[in-house]
Design a protein around this ligand. Structure first.
Ligand SMILES: Nc1ncnc2c1ncn2[C@@H]1O[C@H](COP(=O)(O)OP(=O)(O)OP(=O)(O)O)[C@@H](O)[C@H]1O
Ligand SMILES: [Zn+2]
Length: 448
């Protein structure tokens, strides 16, 4: 189920470890592990035996620049060595977070990701390389960690974190980092961390903006305390739709590592009950005080309704059936495939092609003779009049709508059908949008 660069190891897999905090590490470890860590299957490098040993000369040399920070010191460095951190997501946030954790001397790092490295990842997922395109992402990060710091034990889990496997993994680690990119995983990780009493360092990044906070730290709120109900799926934008500048997750992921390092070293985190909002475009950073833990919270409140993990795709309305429903907004006879559209072009059939993407996407690529009105503008009366005029001038009564992947085009068709209900115009969209065009009709057409 998972792949490891080295034999799997973490400070302790005993269930009595669940309520551990970094502060009471000394006491916990003395009760859980024997001197060389064999009792709980822990490699010597992250066992208590190693913790209680002095730093080696090599370690002193390696970590010297941070060792002399009075807040960290030798004790803090030893704590880092015997700490374990689990990262969920080996993407834009996970890459910088993982490498700084390893560089700082965290003893054991686990990385969960189900995905493989693609070319479009490389602008921000900076531990993956051209040579590793097609590799399992978690293995790629483990490889990078191993090259940087061979003393860090790294466990690569090539799997999708879900309700069946989350608890078993989260229980094994001291601190959890949410470096994922979807709401279902956020709720899953949150609930799991509350149930296992683990702090959760949460980051997110989109376009030029990023956010950071720490949940479940010393009585602070959890994600559900702040967001009891998931947002409607159609209001959530991801990086493949909204875009992201690579440095932004770089900054937020680095902050996630910083907070994890502080907690692991026995220094307090600065982001419990506090949210950082970073805007890379105007160079601003704002800090918002968050409300505290809510008694009414369904998972960390006084009478929690959630005692075990749920079906989070269903809870968030992002399950396969929900997605199906979204994908089938239009009926079959209101859509044509990319191949059918190509055949129509070859027959030189009279029609108009409306592309509803943003201008910035039009600049990347477009089909010949496409007319652009971004989907957000379709509600504007002036743009509707303009479209009507173009249709009239072109004397065409067939309107085809295209977008990036075939989702917005369906919404646009529904809207246009209402607008032109009194006109005799056939309105259809192209299934799968320009992605499908590139895949099924013209492989030389760029995919983004
Ligand atoms: N439940 C989950 N289990 C394991 N990995 C997850 C889970 N949810 C999200 N991820 C991983 O989190 C990472 C998020 O990173 P990011 O958004 O930068 O990458 P991406 O999904 O590759 O982006 P893109 O949308 O551009 O392809 C992804 O690699 C994704 O596979
Ligand atoms: Zn809560």
């Amino acid at each position: 189920m998972h792949q490891s660069m080295q034999p799997e190891g973490c400070p302790c897999s005993s269930s009595s470890h669940n309520n551990s905090t970094i502060e009471d590490k000394d006491r916990l470890n003395s009760s859980l592990c024997d001197g060389d860590g064999r009792k709980c299957g822990v490699p010597e490098s992250v066992s208590r035996g190693y913790y209680s040993r002095a730093l080696s000369n090599k370690e002193i040399a390696r970590y010297s620049r941070q060792l002399i920070l009075p807040e960290l010191g030798v004790k803090g460095q030893q704590r880092l060595r015997q700490s374990s951190v689990l990262l969920v997501g080996a993407g834009g946030l996970g890459c910088p977070a993982a490498i700084y954790l390893a560089a700082a001397g965290i003893g054991c790092i686990g990385i969960v990701d189900y995905d493989e490295v693609e070319l479009s990842n490389l602008h921000r997922q900076i531990l993956h390389t051209e040579a590793r395109i097609g590799w399992v992402k978690s293995t790629s990060i483990a490889e990078a960690i191993h090259s940087l710091n061979s003393t860090t034990v790294c466990n690569a889990y090539h799997l999708a974190l879900n309700s069946d496997n989350a608890r078993q993994l989260v229980e094994k680690y001291d601190i959890i980092l949410d470096c994922s990119d979807n709401v279902a995983t956020r709720y899953l990780l949150n609930d799991c961390c509350v149930l296992c009493s683990k702090p959760l360092v949460s980051g997110s990044a989109l376009r030029w903006e990023g956010q950071l906070t720490v949940y479940g730290w010393k009585g602070g709120p959890c994600y559900r305390c702040l967001y009891p109900i998931p947002p409607p799926p159609e209001t959530v934008t991801n990086c493949s739709d909204g875009g992201v500048l690579g440095v932004v997750p770089g900054i937020i992921g680095s902050f996630q590592a910083l907070e994890a390092i502080k907690m692991a070293a026995g220094i307090n985190t600065s982001f419990s009950q506090r949210l950082m909002l970073f805007d890379g475009l105007d160079g601003s950073m704002r800090f918002i005080k968050l409300r505290g833990r809510q008694d009414s919270c369904n998972v960390c409140g006084r009478n929690p309704a959630i005692m075990q993990l749920l079906d989070y795709e269903q809870f968030c309305g992002t399950s396969a059936t929900d997605k199906e429903r979204c994908l089938h907004l239009l009926n079959k006879d209101e859509r044509i495939s990319a191949k059918e559209y190509k055949a129509m072009l070859e027959r030189k059939e009279d029609h108009m092609l409306l592309d509803v993407r943003l201008q910035v996407e039009m600049d990347i690529c477009q089909l010949p003779n496409s007319y652009n009105i971004p989907i957000g503008d379709l509600k504007k009366e002036s743009r509707m009049k303009e479209l009507q005029k173009v249709l009239l001038d072109g004397n065409s009564n067939a309107l085809f709508v295209v977008c990036h992947r075939g989702n917005d085009s369906q919404k646009a068709v529904r809207h246009l059908q209402q607008q032109f209900k009194n006109d005799d115009i056939e309105i259809k969209d192209i299934i799968g949008g320009l992605h499908a065009w590139s895949k099924h009709v013209d492989p030389s057409f760029p995919i983004y």
